[in-house]
Design a binder for this molecule. Structure first.
Ligand code: SF4
Ligand code: SF4
Length: 192
């Protein structure tokens, strides 16, 4: 039998109304019955440090700090599986997006690089409909530490020499085809 997940409470400030501010209709997370359907439906749950079911309980307990420091939001692919299956009809995907928005706003130090990686990736995908590695890496390093790019110079040159990395012209086929999708995600996360 699987060992039940244990939530360790630490002595930090709690915000009992935390969950009420996350969902559009307020107080919806209070109706969570901890059935675990969200975790069982989530394709990324095994990689998360806090599974969705556990996270909603922590939100109910007002554990703001622990929740915002979790990497769960960064692994959510906004697939809506948890939301459509939740027996309580809680808008879980939108709520995860809201948590990500809060984590970005508060510039949680440990996820700073993940935040910039995610934003650079989303922007390149939105603009071109596919990944352009050279532009993506340039954007990422410019927003974090440009000097860090020097550490990858040898690898980049090797990839270029072997034809694994190609300098590309700005205009590509498929440009903008994913724009609506990424605009919707940005809207959910409060970036638009
Ligand atoms: S599926 Fe809904 S009710 Fe069940 S644990 Fe997840 S949030 Fe709670
Ligand atoms: S929306 Fe996010 S949390 Fe929900 S099932 Fe999909 S990946 Fe998991």
């Amino acid at each position: 039998m699987a060992t039940p997940e244990v939530i360790v409470l630490t002595d930090i400030k709690r915000d009992p109304a935390f969950g009420d501010r996350l969902t559009p209709a307020g107080q919806q997370l209070r109706t969570c019955i901890q059935c675990g359907t969200c975790t069982a439906s989530c394709p990324s749950a095994s990689a998360m440090d806090i599974t969705p079911r556990k996270m909603w309980r922590m939100v109910q307990l007002g554990m703001v700090d622990e929740v915002l420091r979790s990497k769960t939001m960064w692994l959510c692919s906004i697939c809506y599986q948890c939301q459509v299956r939740c027996p309580r009809g809680i808008p879980l995907t939108e709520t995860i997006a809201k948590l990500k928005q809060l984590a970005i706003q508060q510039q949680i130090k440990q996820w700073r690089e993940s935040t910039h990686f995610y934003l650079a990736f989303s922007d390149v995908m939105r603009r071109y409909g596919r990944m352009r590695e050279t532009e993506f890496m340039a954007r990422y390093f410019m927003s974090t530490n440009p000097f860090e790019a020097l550490n990858y110079a040898t690898m980049g040159l090797t990839l270029l020499r072997r034809g694994k990395l190609k300098p590309e012209l700005p205009m590509l086929r498929g440009e903008g085809k994913l724009a609506r999708l990424f605009d919707r995600v940005a809207e959910l996360e409060g970036r638009k």
